[in-house]
Design a protein around this ligand. Structure first.
Ligand SMILES: Nc1ncnc2[nH]cnc12
Ligand SMILES: [Zn+2]
Length: 332
């Protein structure tokens, strides 16, 4: 049995498996530039973040109706449940859909229909985090937040993703200020390909409560001390880091060094359909490649709930944490 865990860094569009992509393409009359699922899978060889993003955005063309988004989320939740996920805080990229003429309401209500029955069907509590594309303009991010206002009851927080280098967090100061005024939680990708300075800026200028990835903080010991002291969670994605060539191999991953430095790190899957595994696979991968012992794995699982946005339901968080403490580690 896999250890109970929360997944806090998961792009729902990154769970689009080739089989579902082809099924949706057929249903929606979209032609994909790949002969079949095997040919598509062969394209999953990336040289960096941008080479992945190009394919990731192109494949979204198959997502058109609310039902498509519902099916996408259902498929993720079913897989996540099988890997021990009890709570999921799910990113989505509205601008990638509105740019193709899919209304934001279609996206949010489609995802929402799946999330509404997630607990009952899959035993997973959920939150939704709206991400701004940092390679689009600040004005576009503001317009996206404005368009999301009728749906805010479904949205817990905002995030920042897409091509990092050259798009520093400060570009989005205004939209994060507005998100804070609306009572939204704030996170941002930083220090994935971009420098440690972007991590600092996300904290100081955007007021984020969690850093997504954050790996490159390790180049700045003062920043590491601060992140540890302030208990700022880092949502690390080991398979993603290897596939996007942020690190060479899993055995080189700084995860153990991050834990030893006292950082509140969590393990996540990022875009599991593209990077070779879901969150339980990432746990197994780091366990094997980095020789993590059961107490380290328990710490990672515990951290996932401590770092989650469950402040509105502390009894639930306490229940999940006691499941972690009661877990017996065997092979998983
Ligand atoms: N790993 C990642 N980094 C930045 N943007 C993303 N969008 C989806 N996955 C991403
Ligand atoms: Zn990500």
């Amino acid at each position: 049995m896999p250890v109970p865990k929360a997944e806090l860094h998961l792009h729902i569009e990154g769970t689009l498996e080739p089989e579902l992509a082809f099924a949706l393409a057929a249903r929606n009359g979209v032609t994909l530039p790949y002969a079949d699922t095997a040919a598509l899978r062969e394209a999953y060889s990336f040289s960096d973040l941008q080479s992945f993003l190009d394919l990731y955005y192109n494949l979204m063309a198959v997502l058109r109706t609310a039902e498509d988004f519902t099916e996408l989320a259902d498929a993720y939740l079913e897989r996540a449940a099988a890997q021990g996920v009890r709570h999921a805080e799910i990113f989505f990229d509205p601008q990638a859909h509105t740019a193709r003429g899919v209304p934001i309401g279609t996206v949010i209500e489609g995802l929402g229909a799946s999330l509404d029955r997630s607990e009952e069907r899959y035993g997973i509590s959920t939150r939704l985090i709206l991400c701004f594309l940092r390679d689009e303009s600040a004005e576009s991010a503001l317009a996206t937040l404005e368009a999301a206002k009728p749906y805010l009851r479904r949205i817990t927080g905002v995030g920042l993703d897409s091509a990092e280098v050259g798009h520093p967090p400060a570009k989005f100061r205004e939209v994060y200020e507005e998100a804070a005024r609306l009572g939204l939680r704030r996170v941002a990708h930083a220090g994935e390909e971009g420098p440690a300075a972007y991590v600092r800026e996300a904290l100081d200028v955007l007021g984020v409560e969690r850093i997504d990835h954050g790996l490159r903080c390790m180049e700045d010991p003062e920043l590491v001390d601060r992140l540890a002291r302030e208990r700022i969670p880092l949502t690390v994605c080991p398979f993603s880091n290897v596939r996007l060539r942020v690190i060479d191999t899993l055995a080189d991953h700084p995860l153990p060094a991050m834990m030893a430095a006292g950082l509140l790190v969590t393990v996540n899957s990022d875009d599991p359909a593209y990077f070779g595994g879901y969150v339980g696979d990432n746990f197994d991968g780091v366990r094997d490649a980095l020789d993590l012992d059961p107490e380290q794995l328990r710490e990672l699982a515990r951290n996932s709930f401590l770092a989650s946005f469950l402040e509105d339901d502390e009894p639930r968080r306490a229940r999940y944490l006691s499941e972690v403490e009661a877990h017996t580690f065997g092979e998983g």
